[in-house]
Design a protein around this ligand. Structure first.
Ligand SMILES: Cc1ncc(COP(=O)(O)O)c(C=O)c1O
Length: 412
């Protein structure tokens, strides 16, 4: 018998009420399937087929009661961990006040949030807008840069992601997008920055298999861009809010962006994103405005969540914790690399954004699948194992993961 969604949900809630915080109730067995055999979801990504029924901190639980340690933070969203009680409280409180409003009103939450972000990014006197996803704010920042400069081209580094669609989408049709190879300083002399509306800078490329550009390269681009009136947009959708051991990933470089976009961790799983711009851009926009009519703009619910996330980051010492656990994790991975020089080709890390690149003739996908069977969710792409856990992770979980990785590498 397959349960209906309401029945399933009630069963989960009842079981969780009776369950303990440490254990997940076994709700469904193979004899009592939760889902029908035909999946009514369009398969834009390949899931394992497991059903998640509960998440808590850095753990997720499937319907058979198995626990997984999430070393990917969902899709790099839950930097404070899943199911955070403080965020849940704010969500519930704000839901009872106001979730959404129309264009005729201002709201205090969005204005407080903007002030916070502008302060954190040294953009005082600037302005912000809040949308839902990272792709939306990346696209909007590019639209704004093109509008203000009257230029149509955008520069990015190889392996950057930018956006799922639109100006930032990497496709043959998107002819305005030019790519420069990361750290290729010579190539920069061939580029006429006066043709470009903006350089979209990703301070650590998650899509690009965890690579961090050299300061010389980034700082030279920033200088050339400024001289040529090309805006510097920091794409902090992945690196923002503590992930790299600083508030923002660009703060590892001696640069000042004109625009900063954030998403993912800002809502700790709730969809909210931001575009913050300098006072100079705000001044230019005042003279040359355009309408941008998207329904979920400056919604108070998302802003309330983001304010709470930022408050927790500012008061909890979590960014320092991220730096310290990240250093420990890196040492552990480097230790593994020394023990398995023929299996691990490279280790890259900044804060809790880490990668272990396996040598080409190792079947990395099977290692990643075995880690999943062992109860660890890790990212995998092109023989690179990616680790971006919630920043609350401790050395104990890191040890368990590295032990599992060592076992699987030894078994090859
Ligand atoms: C650097 C970067 N920018 C933008 C995005 C797009 O964000 P979203 O998936 O929320 O649309 C992503 C997504 O992974 C990203 O990694």
């Amino acid at each position: 018998m397959i349960l209906g969604w309401w029945e399933s949900r009630q069963l989960i809630i009842m079981a969780l009420r009776g369950g303990t915080k440490q254990s997940s109730p076994v709700l469904f067995t193979k004899n009592q399937p939760l889902l029908s055999m035909t999946n009514p979801i369009i398969p834009f990504y390949q899931s394992t087929g497991k059903v998640v029924v509960r998440s808590d901190g850095f753990h997720q639980y499937d319907s058979e009661g198995k626990q997984y340690t999430d070393f990917d933070s969902g899709v790099w969203c839950v930097n404070l961990g899943h199911n955070h009680s403080g965020i849940n409280r704010v969500l519930q409180e704000q839901m009872n006040i106001s979730v959404h409003h129309g264009y005729k009103f201002r709201n205090l939450l969005s204005e407080h949030l903007s002030e916070k972000l502008l302060g954190l990014n040294n953009l005082s006197g600037g302005q912000s807008v809040f949308l839902s996803s990272g792709s939306e704010v990346v696209n909007l920042s590019i639209t704004l840069a093109k509008h203000l400069t009257g230029r149509n081209r955008i520069l990015k580094t190889d392996n950057s992601y930018l956006s799922a669609y639109g100006h930032g989408q990497i496709s043959d049709q998107n002819t305005g997008l030019q790519t420069v190879k990361m750290n290729d300083i010579e190539a920069l002399s061939q580029i006429d920055f006066r043709e470009f509306a903006a350089y979209v800078f990703e301070p650590g490329t998650s899509f690009g298999l965890i690579r961090f550009p050299d300061p010389d390269f980034v700082e030279l681009i920033a200088r050339k861009a400024r001289e040529a009136g090309c805006f510097l947009i920091a794409d902090e959708v992945t690196t923002g809010l503590g992930r790299t051991g600083k508030w923002f990933g660009y703060q590892h470089y001696n640069i000042q962006p004109d625009m900063v976009v954030c998403g993912k961790a800002m809502g700790n799983g709730y969809p909210v994103s931001s575009l913050s711009v300098s006072a100079e851009i705000a001044r230019q926009f005042e003279k040359s405005q355009f309408r941008y009519a998207q329904s979920h703009q400056n919604d108070p619910l998302g802003c309330a969540v983001a304010l709470e996330v930022i408050r927790i980051f500012g008061e909890s010492g979590i960014i320092r914790h991220c730096h310290e656990t990240g250093c420990y994790f890196r040492e552990k991975l480097e230790g593994l690399k020394n023990r398995f020089p023929g299996k691990i080709a490279d280790v890259r890390a900044r804060g809790l954004m880490l990668a272990a690149e396996l040598v080409a003739d190792i079947d990395g996908e099977s290692i990643s699948n075995r880690l999943f069977d062992d109860g660890f969710v890790v990212g995998f792409k092109q023989n690179v194992l990616r680790f971006m856990p919630p920043l609350t992770i401790t050395n104990k979980e890191t040890d368990l993961l590295v032990d599992a990785l060592e076992r699987n590498l030894s078994a090859l």
